[in-house]
Design a protein. Structure first.
Length: 314
């Protein structure tokens, strides 16, 4: 099994020449490439461990060899994608418009093929994350609807960044449809939070800078908490302020940018550009056309795309 992202090895012990690794955490932002063959393989051979700009782990069991892979095992050798994948959509203007202020209601402006791709990405994700503004503006469900979810698969967990708990008590779809949702906030007392069997409220600690000012919510804290909950692949779906915060924290492993062939009359600027992605450690590795939209694929320097043919993932 090949894992796209890095592994935090919390402990390594050597007993009489056997290596045992306790791989507790998969960290979204660590290092570009590695291969993990599973805990059962990490013995009887001390792995080659390179800690420079990459981590490469090659550990082979003494009782197995690459020549002994069965057809069933080959079918199961699928890519397991973890980390953070950012998806954003823009118009064709130079300000990277994300919406049109001339419209009274938020409307879809990308092609049906691009929308299908977004739903495939949701299907490939453990969690779909947005900021409060996206929920307030779109009343989004963030569920997989346009493509088949697949047998035995659950809808991704919805994650909302809402420091002030402003959406709590509102008539929003994701607060009442029964699908698990996590809301991160900075309120020490959850007086506004309405208990629910499927909505979890997580309060994070707000940091104080040396000048006495208070920090905003930390994307790093959010991702660490999601990892502890077993949510390894997080899709960051917007809006622009949320996207910028994750990029500035260098938490994004790959990005899919959808550029529609239209220009808004009064565009709302994303306040980001190619330099924003490059400062986040990302580089564009290719483009594709979907229903007239131009899709840009960005990945952390040195990290391969989950599929050699870019448009085949998601």
């Amino acid at each position: 099994m090949t894992v796209q992202s890095a592994v935090s090895l919390s402990s390594a012990f050597l007993y009489g020449g056997s290596a045992y690794y306790n791989c507790n955490n998969f960290l979204h932002h660590a290092y570009p490439s590695q291969k993990v063959f599973g805990a059962a393989h990490l013995y009887n051979s001390w792995p080659k461990l390179q800690l420079l700009t990459n981590i490469e782990i090659h550990a082979l069991a003494a009782t197995e060899s690459s020549d002994d892979i069965t057809a069933e095992e080959e079918e199961e050798d699928d890519e397991v994608v973890i980390g953070c994948t950012l998806k954003m959509a823009f118009d064709a203007s130079s300000v990277w418009g994300v919406a049109d202020l001339s419209e009274t209601k938020s409307e879809r402006f990308t092609s049906p093929e691009s929308l299908d791709m977004v739903h495939r990405l949701r299907r490939e994700s453990d969690a779909v994350l947005v900021g409060r503004g996206t929920v307030d503006r779109d009343d989004c469900s963030l569920t997989v609807r346009r493509v088949e979810l697949g047998d035995g698969k659950n809808q991704p967990v919805r994650v909302v960044i809402d420091p002030s708990l402003r959406i709590t008590g509102g008539d929003y779809t994701l607060l009442k449809d029964g699908i698990p949702t996590i809301i991160y906030h900075l309120q020490p007392e959850m007086s506004k939070a309405v208990p629910s069997d499927y909505v979890t409220y997580v309060g994070l600690k707000q940091s104080t800078y040396s000048d006495g000012s208070r920090s905003s919510m930390s994307p790093t804290q959010v991702i660490k908490d999601l990892r502890r909950r077993g949510l390894e692949h997080v899709m960051v779906e917007g809006g622009p302020a949320t996207a910028r915060s994750f990029l500035e924290a260098r938490l994004v492993d790959r990005a899919i940018l959808v550029r529609a062939p239209i220009e808004f009359e009064i565009p709302i600027p994303a306040e980001m550009d190619e330099n924003t992605l490059k400062r986040a450690g990302l580089q564009m590795i290719g483009t594709a056309i979907m229903g007239g939209d131009t899709i840009e694929y960005w990945t952390r320097d040195g990290m391969p795309w989950p599929n050699a043919e870019l448009s085949m993932w998601p």
